[in-house]
Design a protein around this ligand. Structure first.
Ligand code: ZN
Ligand code: ZN
Length: 209
């Protein structure tokens, strides 16, 4: 356990460096005046802060779903995504434990998005904080929501610790980041996920091979 946490921390430090380099890249793009980042709240109005925040989460979730599925391709997994799965049972330290290619591809989303969607710096920071908190929650290794939350009209669209823990054990399902939308639409959510009762262990969950 201690060994795998240390390895996760090692990869997380590497990821932090990659994200810091990308942040520096974004700031230099901003200084050159080539991004859609803005600082004046009146430019798009207050309501746009909320809209753009949700929009970026949806776009990042979509980007993540497809790169994540790609990482699980047998020819890529070993050198692009193994680091994230190395510890088996995830802990919060696993949240940002990425191999170098994965860290770069994940961080590139932010380098690119500032050219596509007008974003206030507040929104960009809010997205980064949401990503961090959500990642830690999803890697807790134990469920924090009640089992009925999985079938709640809103809760069923959100990825939580149980949903992502299943991915860490069953590589062929649950590729999403924030939302279950793509997993549901493309059939990569385990059957009857909402019906999994409280206390069921992940190893006892069967999926079709
Ligand atoms: Zn994975
Ligand atoms: Zn994970």
């Amino acid at each position: 356990m201690v060994q795998s946490i240390l390895k996760d921390v090692e990869l997380s430090v590497l990821s932090a460096v990659v994200f810091a380099v990308c942040a520096a890249l974004i700031m230099s793009e901003y200084d050159l005046g080539v991004t859609l980042l803005y600082t004046d709240l009146r430019e798009y109005g207050l309501w746009y802060l909320g809209i753009s925040f949700v929009l970026v989460l949806i776009l990042q979730d979509t980007y993540f779903y497809f790169i994540h599925r790609m990482f699980h391709h047998p020819s890529l997994f070993r050198w692009m995504h193994y680091g994230h799965h190395r510890s088996g049972d995830s802990t919060p330290w696993t949240s940002f434990a990425f191999d170098l290619p994965e860290a770069i591809i994940q961080a590139l989303f932010f380098v690119g998005i500032v050219f596509i969607v007008p974003l206030h710096f507040i929104t960009l920071v809010a997205v980064l904080m949401t990503m961090t908190v959500w990642a830690v929650l999803n890697h807790l290794g134990f469920e924090i929501f009640s089992s009925s939350f999985k079938s709640h009209w809103f809760g069923k669209w959100l990825i939580g610790p149980m949903h992502h823990s299943i991915h860490h054990h069953k590589y062929k399902v649950h590729y999403g980041l924030y939302f279950t939308f793509w997993d549901k639409l493309l059939g990569t959510e385990i059957e009857n996920y909402a019906g999994i009762a409280e206390g069921v262990t992940i190893s006892s969950i069967k999926i079709e091979e």
